[in-house]
Design a protein around this ligand. Structure first.
Ligand code: BGC
Length: 265
């Protein structure tokens, strides 16, 4: 079973041109606030800087696809695509997208990207991909991403348990986890109270799931100023892209590939 190396830093080490031969993976991280993209080399190292544009509003499939094609233009050639999507994904089809648009219910994102790029595509929940950028691949590991929404990923010996939507489970005072610590809550209550809330979430989650490690990621993890238990780690948001390489490892059989159309190069 491959060990997935954690991403240790927020700033990227971009591989030199000489190291960039071989399969190139376009990694896409679709977020409620930003769309991010970079190219990864065969070993998962970043070959380019990360590009980012704001998520278009309304965030319909059509608007996002348009923005994605535009965003990735400067990145150049690639052989396959890995996508992190902020909702439930089954076999490349998006089932929910609480922070995007209702038109994502039942949208075949894998197919749309494979047809548009003529490359094979694998799509997974965004927190699922993020976790693959940080886990060690040993025992039970969990990731919570603090961003527009609350992402959640669970892994057993490096194998992802898909679509665990803790975000929308009731938590406290009539609020779901996402309503309690999502980006709207951070804006509404401020960093100090929000940190207290994140602490309560951690205290709730640890004794229920008993992960060996709990990783905190997502764009708002940088605002976490807590003394964390030994097995809780803050991780950089770039993992949401770097984790994309793992979707092509055998162990990740939940991100079923959507093949490129027959006439692909
Ligand atoms: C969605 C999750 C997603 C998270 C972070 C939640 O609202 O339900 O699927 O992982 O936001 O984007």
């Amino acid at each position: 079973m491959p060990t997935i190396q954690p991403a240790r830093q927020d700033s990227l080490t971009v591989a030199p041109a000489a190291a960039s031969a071989g399969t190139r993976t376009l990694a896409l991280d679709i977020g409620g606030t930003g769309l991010k993209a970079l190219l990864l080399g065969p070993d998962g190292a970043a070959l380019t800087e990360r590009l980012r544009v704001p998520t278009p509003r309304p965030a319909t499939p059509e608007a996002l696809l348009h923005a994605i094609w535009h965003l990735i233009e400067p990145l150049g050639e690639f052989d396959r695509i890995s996508v992190g999507f902020p909702g439930v994904v089954v076999d490349g089809v998006t089932k929910t997208a609480p922070n995007l648009h209702e038109l994502w219910q039942g949208f075949d994102l894998g197919k749309a990207l494979a047809e548009g790029s003529r490359r094979p595509v694998r799509v997974l929940n965004d927190a699922g991909v993020q976790g693959y950028g940080v886990i060690e691949g040993k025992g039970l590991e969990m990731v919570l991403t603090l961003g527009t929404g609350l992402g959640c990923g669970l892994y057993l010996d490096g194998k992802y348990v898909p679509n665990l939507e803790l975000a929308h489970h009731p938590f406290r005072h009539g609020k779901t986890y996402e309503e309690y610590v999502g980006a709207k809550a951070l804006k509404a209550v401020g960093k100090k109270k929000w940190n207290k809330r994140v602490e309560r979430v951690i205290e709730q989650v640890l004794p229920i799931w008993n992960p060996r490690r709990l990783y905190l990621g997502g764009g708002n993890a940088k605002h976490v100023k807590l003394e964390l238990p030994d097995n809780v780690k803050l991780t950089p948001n770039i993992a949401g892209l770097l984790g994309g390489i793992a979707l092509w490892h055998d162990v990740v059989d939940v991100a079923k590939a959507v093949d490129a159309p027959d006439n692909a190069r």
